[in-house]
Design a protein around this ligand. Structure first.
Ligand SMILES: [Zn+2]
Length: 487
């Protein structure tokens, strides 16, 4: 089956064919680190994560680059408000970004380049644009000359006269054309700066993405993702800068994620109606938030409300219960699947194949996660029905099919990130745990012999907090690991 992606550039569903066979170069616009990120931003980051996971499921090798905008007017203003250094502020929110995104199961990109670490690449890209007459300097500021690029507006599908009307709002008399935008800004007193041929200053926001995508990926990349609000001007400007500099197409498939809404309005910092991921994870399980965020296909609006979150929480619980019930069959070998006689087992095997086919068919249709979830939960119902009719003395045939059901279900859920299989401790780890526990029990036994009850009890209590239960008897002390409580 062929994967199709809706390309914002052509406004069409196109078959995905990467530039280099088997490899995908992908760039995702990351956060501007002046604050925590909200659930609306999370939707965009999560879509990139799922696109990458699904491409890997389809055996592509994906290189994902996501930038961190760590110098910007918002960062400078916020740092001034708080009376701290810009770097300190940016680092605080870089750390928070990684902490919150990993809670949501968003894997780190292969590279997270920071604007402040790529000043020389940015300067040389600006110089190339100046050399090609596509940029000009005035009093230490450098602007992109929009008039130089005939295709300007091709991503946002805006006509030149509309662009002109929009740009007139904040007119800068020094610019040749109101549409021209900053590549380099001369710093004002007290602002951070870097040396450049034009002034002590800092890069504009748009140029950093062009420079870092080219440095860490290539002059032409396969997929570029971002929120819908980045189409104009940010991505339009990325195209203008990159394509004039290299003479090549910058991005082959542009993907844009629709807004998350709250009470029918876009969730955003400007609307002051946002909910930080930071706070949401206190209230709901991360898998439930993930389930909610992918419960609509990424180009469709999605409304954040307590009812939907509750529904997602109970869906995730139903899924976990089903996978837990299948758990005991996890390591059963699949040999008994040849020539099945049990009609019920045959039917479940067919359901497994149908579920996998439908999962791929829906995901191939521009990452339709809503359809994929529907397929998964229909299958959960079928498995539950089968399990209800199967007792502990299940035949080898049934056990084999259940094992297959477990593996297939876990695999598709991992692509969506709504279930993560706990790592089974390796033999080496198990042996080490055994030796460490023997040592701890020996220390505790010595304490008991000295009648040092405080130490003995302290060890017992601390182990209990690690879900390890001790049982004292005349023959000595035994221990066991209690199954961790699931949230
Ligand atoms: Zn960007």
């Amino acid at each position: 089956m062929a994967l199709k992606i809706y390309n914002s550039l052509t406004r069409q569903l196109e078959e995905f064919v990467p530039l280099h066979e088997g490899k995908v170069l992908m760039y995702s616009c990351g956060p501007t680190v002046y604050d925590y990120f909200h659930i609306g931003n999370a939707r965009t980051f999560l879509v990139s994560d799922i696109v990458r996971r699904y491409l890997e499921y389809k055996n592509y090798t994906v290189t994902l680059v996501q930038n961190l905008t760590d110098i910007d007017d918002k960062i400078i203003n916020r740092a001034n408000e708080q009376g701290i250094d810009c770097c300190q502020l940016a680092q605080k929110y870089v750390d928070a970004y990684f902490e919150d995104s990993s809670k949501l199961g968003i894997r780190s990109a292969d590279v997270h380049p920071r604007a402040t670490e790529h000043i020389s690449e940015i300067i040389s890209l600006i110089q190339t644009l100046i050399d090609k007459q596509a940029a000009y300097e005035i009093d230490g500021d450098v602007y992109y000359r929009v008039n130089h690029f005939a295709e300007y507006g091709k991503l946002s599908h805006r006509k030149p006269e509309d662009l002109l009307a929009g740009a007139r709002v904040e007119v800068d008399e020094r610019k040749e054309d109101p549409r021209d935008f900053d590549l380099w800004k001369k710093s004002k007193a007290g602002e951070p700066w870097w040396d450049s041929p034009w002034s002590k200053g800092r890069p504009g926001w748009h140029i950093e993405c062009s420079a870092m995508a080219m440095k860490h990926l290539d002059e032409t990349i396969d997929i570029h993702t971002g929120g819908h609000d980045l189409i104009f001007p940010h991505h339009e400007n990325e195209i203008a800068q990159s394509e004039v500099a290299t003479g090549k197409a910058f991005v082959r498939y542009w993907m844009h994620v629709a807004f998350l809404q709250i009470d029918g309005r876009r969730m955003g910092k400007s609307e002051s109606n946002f909910i930080f991921v930071h706070d949401a994870v206190q209230q709901y399980a991360p898998e439930a938030i993930r389930h909610f965020l992918i419960s609509a296909q990424y180009r469709h609006p999605l409304d954040y409300n307590p009812t939907s979150l509750k529904e997602s929480s109970s869906a995730v619980r139903r899924l976990n219960n089903c996978i837990d019930a299948l758990g005991p069959y996890r390591d059963v070998a699949g040999d008994a699947l040849e020539g099945l006689n049990d009609a019920e087992a045959v039917r479940l095997l067919e359901s497994i194949n149908t579920m996998r086919d439908d999962f791929e068919a829906t995901m191939d249709e521009d990452f339709n996660t809503a359809g994929a979830l529907g397929t998964i939960f229909k299958f959960v119902g079928e498995v539950n029905q089968f399990l209800a009719a199967t007792d502990n003395t299940a035949s080898e045939e049934r056990r084999s099919v259940l094992s297959q059901a477990y593996r297939s279900l876990v695999e598709v859920c991992s692509v969506l990130g709504i279930y993560t299989e706990e790592e089974v401790a390796s033999d080496a780890h198990a042996a080490l745990t055994e030796e460490l526990m023997n040592l701890i029990l020996e220390v505790r036994e010595d304490a008991r012999e000295r009648k040092d009850w405080d130490t003995a009890d302290k060890i017992r209590d601390q182990l209990e907090q690690l879900n390890i239960e001790l049982q004292d008897s005349r023959g000595g002390t035994t221990w066991r690991i209690l199954k961790g409580a699931k949230g």
